[in-house]
Write a protein that binds this ligand. Structure first.
Ligand SMILES: [Zn+2]
Length: 391
């Protein structure tokens, strides 16, 4: 009995994958590749499949991560080599890096990349270079905190600064940016609260003094980040573009305990943000909280980028859990890939399989017809992003 239901499930899932194979996806959250590196070693390859930067994790423990082993297996198949890390690295080193990257990216069946250029771990291609090197159309998503850092030194007061950020956002959108992204989760958290004028003024004074004496302009702490987000979100609502919010796991400089998306509720309910579309990125392990927000608030959307493929089988389960409460009209497709084409390739395959697994189960349980499941998956792959980003 159980083997019978397993084979049915595999059958519906694989039929869905086949039905979607000609459908191009919109990757609504990803980052530029690194300029073609000459030699990619094991450590560099492993680094794109984890949020860890600790060399001991990369050297000793990554080979013991099932999701990474699976990535190697998939890459080996694509590169037609033995399923070992060594063989994969050797196979990639044999071809011209631009050809290799475009070949892998072509297999992701992506029609458009929405690129967040704010990746800070190294020196990726600029957006112009990326457009030249990669044969997939792209659009920009502008990173709020990076943009806001530009106006720190010239501002006469915190309200001056926030005003400059507003006009910077207007310019970015007029210049073609299709959305804005905040990394408040890294810098302060997402437990939004009102910040008093005195608290903001003190924090801003400190930041300006540090920047003025040649120190870092990095915006961090609740006073600065929450004030910036609260003010910018009004402008973003007016501009009619969505605000992407990093939620859940990510770089190791964030406190995961503070990156639960439930803290974003003010942005979804306060009248001053009327119409603001909020896109919750990654979400894991808070994807159920995110799904709840999407289920009750008109303008909340979510994805499982990064969760797929970093969390392995748990990523597949997260897709099922997400589609429990969250209507599929509110789930977006994304890879959160960066740096190396290998992660683009693996993330795309795993994402499509997770969708097929979840919708295949709906078909098996007669909750949806096969055709309904095909159409639902197509919405996730591209139609939802087209609508949310006005593409
Ligand atoms: Zn990202």
């Amino acid at each position: 009995m159980s083997s019978g239901s397993t084979s049915t499930s595999t059958d519906a899932a694989s039929r869905l994958l086949e039905a979607w194979s000609g459908r191009l996806a919109i990757d609504h959250h990803c980052h530029p590749l690194f300029p073609w590196p000459r030699d990619v070693g094991a450590r560099q390859l492993r680094a794109v499949f984890t949020e860890a930067v600790d060399p001991e994790i990369l050297d000793q423990h990554m080979p013991a991560l099932a999701a990474y082993r699976d990535a190697i297996r998939r890459l080996a198949k694509a590169l037609d080599c033995e399923a070992t890390e060594e063989a994969v690295l050797q196979a990639r080193s044999k071809s011209d890096p631009a050809t290799h990257a475009n070949r892998l990216l072509q297999q992701t069946a992506t029609e458009m990349l929405l690129l967040d250029s704010g990746y800070t771990g190294g020196q990726p291609f600029s957006l112009e270079e990326h457009a030249r090197e990669i044969g997939i159309p792209q659009r920009e998503v502008v990173r709020l905190e990076t943009l806001a850092e530009r106006y720190i030194s010239s501002a006469g007061s915190p309200s001056d600064w926030l005003g400059a950020v507003r006009s910077g956002l207007r310019e970015a959108v007029e210049g073609g940016a299709v959305g804005v992204k905040t990394i408040s989760a890294y810098r302060a958290g997402l437990a939004l609260r009102p910040i008093g004028a005195d608290e903001l003024s003190a924090a801003f004074g400190e930041l300006q003094a540090r920047a003025g004496s040649g120190g870092s302009k990095r915006i961090a702490g609740e006073a600065l980040c929450y004030s910036l987000l609260a003010d910018a979100a009004e402008e973003i609502a007016r501009l009619g573009v969505p605000l992407q919010v990093h939620c859940g796991f990510g770089d190791n400089d964030e406190d995961l305990a503070k990156s639960n998306p439930l803290g974003l509720r003010p942005l979804l309910v306060e009248p001053r943000y009327e119409g603001l579309r909020l896109v919750l990125l990654h979400c894991y392990p808070f994807h159920r909280e995110a799904a709840y927000l999407c289920s009750v608030y008109r303008h909340a959307y979510m994805d499982l980028s990064l969760t797929l493929p970093l969390a392995g089988l748990d990523g597949q389960r997260a897709m099922r859990e997400t589609l429990g409460l969250c209507p599929w009209t509110k789930v977006l497709y994304a890879s959160d890939a960066s740096r190396l084409p290998e992660i683009y390739f693996v993330a795309a395959a795993v994402h499509r399989e997770a969708l097929a697994g979840a919708f295949g189960e709906f078909v098996d349980r007669a909750m949806l017809s096969f055709d309904e499941a095909v159409a639902a998956g197509e919405q996730v792959l591209a139609a939802n992003a087209r609508r949310v980003y006005n593409l």
